[in-house]
Design a protein around this ligand. Structure first.
Ligand SMILES: Nc1ncnc2c1ncn2[C@@H]1O[C@H](COP(=O)(O)OP(=O)(O)O)[C@@H](O)[C@H]1O
Ligand SMILES: [Mg+2]
Length: 249
């Protein structure tokens, strides 16, 4: 509370986004502080991915303000958006990897796009990154040859290979068995601590939220209804939060 403004890495104020007459976001606000790991919980189709995409300028809301690292994202020109995205890692909900590229090529991609690293340095950074997620042996495999958990690990590795200040994770544990999901959540926590990453994670995996969240927001019918730490929300008595924690516990 009352942290100085320059500690705020993402400042979302009263954001509204509709698709024709479908009103998805109707006044969403959140502030993510440097070093924090914030989690957005919400059921399917409620607008979690729309919010993440708006934060990186892939979707443009009709109203409100989104500042990332002190810069207004809404209205940015393509060149400015490209500069901003150099500082942001994004783990997409679907199709996390390029299927036609090997693991090595998938990891090289952001380095070639966003840095001036030469081939030797790129090669070293790819292997270092694979060591971090415990998957050096799959460097020459194609995505189709990986398990679901391996794909998620490679997606994480790719998102942070440029050492971004900020990482956005969209359902990082979706579709995994509970044990693998727990391993992925712990890996996220571990990498964030190691590299001082600030993050927003969108999920409906309560266990993932428990492991990684400093702060949890519950998105419901267009806006955040509740926010707090995992322990605070676990004890909350309002119907939205209770329903969430009962269903998912
Ligand atoms: N580009 C788009 N065009 C039209 N409707 C969209 C678009 N993106 C998302 N929506 C709709 O917005 C709602 C919220 O979607 P989304 O943010 O993906 O939900 P979730 O919370 O599951 O991530 C859904 O009803 C979805 O169909
Ligand atoms: Mg989604």
């Amino acid at each position: 509370m009352n942290q100085p403004q320059d500690n705020v890495l993402i400042d979302v104020i009263d954001v509204w986004k509709s698709f024709d007459d479908l009103h998805v976001l109707t006044g969403v606000s959140m502030q993510v502080h440097k070093g924090s790991s914030d989690v957005i919980l919400g059921r399917s189709g409620i607008g979690k991915s729309v919010l993440l995409k708006s934060i990186v300028g892939l979707l443009v809301p009709e109203r409100g303000s989104i500042e990332v690292m002190g810069k207004q994202v809404m209205g940015m020109k393509p060149g400015e958006l490209n500069d901003l995205r150099k500082h942001i890692g994004y783990v997409f909900q679907y199709a996390a990897l390029y299927d036609s590229l090997s693991v090595r090529e998938n990891l090289e991609f952001p380095l070639r796009k966003h840095t001036d690293a030469d081939d030797e340095e790129i090669g070293e950074r790819v292997m270092e990154q694979l060591r971090l997620v415990g998957l050096e042996e799959v460097v020459d495999r194609m995505p189709a040859q990986l398990s679901g958990g391996m794909k998620k690990r490679i997606g994480l590795a790719r998102a942070i290979i440029t050492r971004p200040d900020l990482v956005l994770y969209d359902e990082p544990t979706a579709g995994l068995d509970p044990i693998t999901a727990r391993e992925i959540s712990e890996l996220i926590l571990n990498l964030e601590e190691q590299f001082g990453i600030t993050s927003i994670t969108v999920t409906h995996d309560l266990e993932c939220a428990r492991v990684i969240a400093n702060r949890i927001y519950i998105l419901e019918t267009g806006a955040f209804q509740v926010q707090g730490t995992f322990e605070e929300l676990k004890r909350a008595s309002d119907p939205t939060t209770k329903a969430f924690f009962q269903v998912m516990a």
